[in-house]
Ligand binder design. Structure first.
Ligand code: WTA
Length: 659
């Protein structure tokens, strides 16, 4: 643990504010404290009951098969259709006219899409996918802006039993290409472009670049077609025979499409996330268990009353939060939700609050980094809008500091709304640790307690429970329905990354440090591995290091996550430049070039905040870079213990160079 983390934690532990649910909220809350007792009495029966809230074409008789850990099967002999659960069944229940999506484009254009309309669009698209040769088990990459078609694309892929891999629209052509290749995608669904920060940000050109002629590259092209939504109206190149306009095929397609049942363990999606090596991991999720937990947690943690609530999760569908709490959870629960295309500050810094007022948002789910950036801009901006419709606020993606928590409650929540701080991961598929609104007395800064049906612990390196008042590693001790089923194409890495560390106990190792307070509530301390968390997005130090050394000017690079007031962590890179390049370029010029380079290689979110040009890196005698020391420098602290360095003088040289 770094020095900052421990001082932050001491600070957190002086936190004694408590917020009990109001009687009014508790009276109407979906969650009840009995859920804990029910789950405690019989965990599997509890999850089976939650699963039965879905529509099963063929009911399951088995709940959990854990005979070959860590490969779990949930509801294995049951059959369902995920898209049917999110769409058709609401229409059949007479709710076709309910609005599913209150969409707002960044320029201010708007569309209301009802459940009946979304169902119709998905059926047509499902037929189009069939025409394009996509069937059960095929992989489809989705690289899109936040428009209703993106949600329709995910659901249509799910509907036909194919597997989607959504790639965040902010990722570069290279990142897209490696994800297409890893999954062997046959189709890419994209748009010409989407609006970001007041202008059209092109997407199709990145797809074209990713799919540029591979003759001689040794890589077999798997993509047969590119389906393109027209959104930005930017000029795009066209490859005849490969590229297809959405508007030329989807409206014309038949609206008849019966959802076929698929086994509960049919793969639903792959989502790539950063790990501790340079290569992102394709996290694999399947259908029945995933949908069960996404829908259940959405309902109880966000206190969803589908007839009256207007839900808004601000995450992009390129992240797991967008999968579980924009697409699958809310739609499975028949929720009305806001979908916003653009950035929070375009065309003005009050844009989000304007949308809350305009659509009467009742539940808002966002990330601490966003809250902190609004805090910085000041309360005057949200105060200009009527936010009184809000009755519940949620947080996700990184630890929320008590100051941000208090500001969120006071300024956005009108001093009354409960806040749920929800801990989970791409790998867990759905929320795992969170207060239940209307039930739990909340503490600013703590994620608090495992959800009903979830078993966790905080343990030391040997897997022994640390006890209240102590810190350690967060583990999940029992399988859960929405757990990842593996890493695409790499079962060994799956076992190694998550299960080997506590193999004896059979625990899942999450990679997060955590502490239990005197009440046994969980406080998260950040990652314990080489994964950074920048604005709630996971980035791997190694991935950025490989991008840096791929630049011809760079001899060596070390990347650390330095704490940042707004983004939680920021990327700080220490780079050794080859002599020939040093002579010909200014250090500032080189630093700027490398920042942009990383942005091009991986995507703008990975762009280092700081690039320090140094002559040496601190290494142990065995050659391991001591990132801890670099973090001290990047965070402007006195450098810690250097006695294990091969050359103990190196840190004073580096410190002198970066100041
Ligand atoms: C961090 C996002 C503290 C954590 C859903 C985790 C959090 C990683 C919280 C997963 C929270 C997420 N409090 N830390 N409420 N939520 N994290 O896969 O380090 O993008 O391991 O999933 O984010 O990030 P991922």
């Amino acid at each position: 643990m770094t020095d900052t983390t421990s001082s932050q934690i001491d600070h957190l532990f002086n936190e004694d504010r408590r917020f009990a649910p109001s009687d009014a909220f508790a009276a109407d809350a979906v969650a009840t404290k009995e859920l804990y007792a029910e789950a405690e009495a019989d965990r599997e029966a509890f999850w089976a009951e939650q699963a039965r809230a879905l529509h099963w074409h063929k009911p399951f008789t088995e709940v959990l098969d854990w005979s070959t850990p860590p490969f779990a099967k949930w509801f294995d002999d049951g059959e369902l259709n995920v898209a049917y659960n999110c769409l058709d069944r609401h229409v059949e229940a007479g709710n076709g006219d309910r609005v599913a999506l209150l969409w707002e484009g960044e320029p201010g254009d708007e569309r209301k899409v009802t459940y009946a309309e979304l169902t119709d669009e998905v059926k047509r698209l499902a037929n189009v996918l069939g025409d394009l040769g996509i069937g059960h088990g095929d992989r489809v990459a989705i690289y899109m802006p936040m428009i209703p078609e993106a949600i329709a694309a995910m659901l249509a892929v799910a509907r036909i039993g194919a597997i989607h891999s959504v790639v965040f629209g902010g990722f570069s052509a290279d990142s897209l290409r490696s994800r297409i290749d890893d999954a062997g995608a046959k189709l890419v669904i994209t748009a010409d472009g989407g609006y970001r920060k007041g202008k059209v940000s092109p997407l199709k050109p990145a797809v074209d670049m990713a799919l540029a002629d591979r003759n001689g590259s040794g890589v077999q092209e798997t993509v047969e077609h590119v389906l393109v939504v027209q959104r930005g109206k930017n000029a795009v190149e066209w490859t005849e025979g490969r590229d297809v306009w959405w508007h030329d095929v989807v409206p014309q397609a038949s609206g008849e499409h019966e959802a076929q049942p698929f086994p509960a363990e049919n793969p639903l999606f792959i989502l790539y996330t950063s790990g501790t090596t340079g290569k992102p991991k394709g996290i694999l999720h399947t259908s029945g268990g995933y949908l069960t937990q996404a829908a259940f947690t959405h309902k109880v943690v966000h206190d969803i009353h589908p007839e009256t609530d207007v839900f808004w999760c601000t995450a992009d569908i390129g992240w797991v939060t967008g999968h579980s709490y924009v697409t699958y959870g809310p739609l499975a629960n028949g929720t009305t939700q806001v979908l916003y295309e653009g950035t929070p500050d375009t065309p003005h810094p009050g844009r989000w609050w304007e949308l809350v007022e305009k659509y009467g948002v009742t539940i808002l789910y966002t990330a601490p980094t966003a809250i902190r950036s609004f805090m910085k801009l000041g309360r005057a901006i949200p105060k200009k809008f009527d936010l009184s419709s809000l009755r519940l606020l949620g947080s996700v993606g990184e630890p929320i500091n008590p100051e941000a928590w208090m500001w969120y409650r006071k300024i956005i929540g009108g001093k009354t709304t409960p806040i749920v701080d929800t801990w989970w991961q791409t790998e867990t598929g759905a929320m795992m640790i969170s207060a239940l609104p209307g039930v739990t007395e909340t503490k600013p800064g703590s994620a608090q307690v495992p959800l009903p049906g979830i078993a966790i612990d905080v343990v030391d390196e040997d897997g022994t429970h640390v006890g209240n008042g102590n810190g350690g590693l967060l583990v999940i001790t029992k399988p859960w329905p929405s757990m990842l089923r593996g890493i695409w194409g790499d079962p060994e890495r799956f076992v190694e990354t998550y299960w080997e560390k506590f193999q004896k106990q059979g625990y899942y190792f999450a990679g997060d440090g955590a502490r239990l307070d005197d009440d046994g509530d969980v406080w998260f301390l950040g990652r314990v591995d080489d994964v950074m968390n920048v604005s709630g997005h996971r980035l791997s130090t190694t991935e950025i290091e490989s991008a840096l050394v791929a630049n011809e000017a760079v001899a060596e690079a070390a990347v650390v996550g330095a704490s940042d007031e707004t983004t939680g962590q920021a990327v700080a890179a220490f780079v050794i430049i080859k002599q020939s390049y040093l002579a010909a370029n200014s250090p500032d010029g080189l630093a700027q070039t490398l920042r942009l380079w990383v942005g091009e290689q991986i995507g703008p979110i990975a762009r280092p905040r700081d690039v320090y040009i140094v002559e040496e890196l601190p290494k142990t005698r065995s050659g391991k870079i001591m990132r801890r020391l670099l973090r001290d420098v990047a965070e402007g602290r006195e450098v810690g213990d250097t006695t294990t360095l091969a050359d103990t003088a190196v840190m004073s040289v580096i410190s002198a160079q970066v100041r």
